[in-house]
Design a protein around this ligand. Structure first.
Ligand code: 13P
Length: 250
């Protein structure tokens, strides 16, 4: 099965020239490898210029955030309609780095709903800050799913992607073990099936947190995930090329 690789460039690179170079290289690699689809999520100011003229194919675009209101006096924010107009099809919502700046589960819920209504595929991020020995991380994931997904969203699960990104594994030196991801994937599905019925079984789940060319294949084979959400490695063409190759072989 084809893996979905989401490249979250975060606040990188510095210039459009660099962004274009990185994108061209990402596109070239994606074209060479059959088993992967890539969603590039650049800073919003680069989105339209990168996306314009691209034919629909195995590379598509996403925003790193959207606002839940359709328009109005929200200085610094970007609407779903604007993101769509800039040719993106996805939006990362509730990333840990935005939650750390104050975004709540209730904001996430409104954003997921707005994305669905506006025709974007939400990539809803969940994950605990720390991992203890108990089952707190499951409880936290359940709560993030409970509040983050409305009843309306529950009717459209096939249009939603859940990205499990434990905060302790983001920007770290080591990714989570595939076995732990597998457990969490089962938990996410079970939680959604209990609340929304059978559609929960087929929810798409990504893993994110220190993914690279060395651990990506194992995670795709054994982590029970549809794909990966990649930070640092996605803005380094050489490292991203190794990662994409590993994913294509997995
Ligand atoms: P890193 O891949 O740099 O750990 O970042 C993960 C992430 O936050 C992707 O959204």
């Amino acid at each position: 099965m084809k893996s979905l690789i989401v490249a979250n460039w975060k606040m990188n690179p510095k210039t459009y020239k660099e962004a274009k170079k990185l994108f061209d290289e990402t596109k070239r690699l994606t074209g060479l490898l059959k088993g992967v689809s890539v969603v590039v999520c650049p800073p919003a100011v680069f989105l339209r210029s990168l996306a314009i003229g691209q034919r629909a194919g195995r590379i598509s675009f996403g925003a790193q955030n959207v606002h839940f209101e359709a328009q109005g006096s929200y200085t610094g924010e970007i609407s779903v309609a604007q993101v769509k107009d800039a040719k993106a099809a996805y939006a990362i919502i509730g990333h840990a780095e935005r939650r750390a700046m104050g975004e709540t589960n209730y904001d996430v819920r409104k954003k997921v709903d707005a994305a669905l209504v506006g025709g974007l595929t939400p990539i809803m991020c969940i994950g605990e800050k720390e991992r203890g020995h108990g089952a707190e991380h499951f409880e936290l994931a359940r709560e993030q799913l409970r509040v983050g997904l409305s009843e309306d969203a529950g009717k459209r699960l096939s249009k939603i992607i859940i990205a499990y990104e434990p905060v302790w594994a983001i920007g770290a030196t080591k990714a989570m073990e595939p076995r732990q991801m597998h457990e969490m994937a089962i938990f996410i599905r079970k939680t959604l099936v209990e609340r929304f019925g059978e559609a929960g079984h087929s929810i798409k789940i990504l893993y994110g947190g220190s993914v690279d060319g060395k651990n990506a294949g194992d995670m795709l084979r054994n982590g029970d995930v549809t794909g990966l959400l990649v930070g640092r490695v996605s803005v380094d063409s050489q490292a991203f090329s190794e990662l994409l190759r590993a994913c294509a072989e997995a």
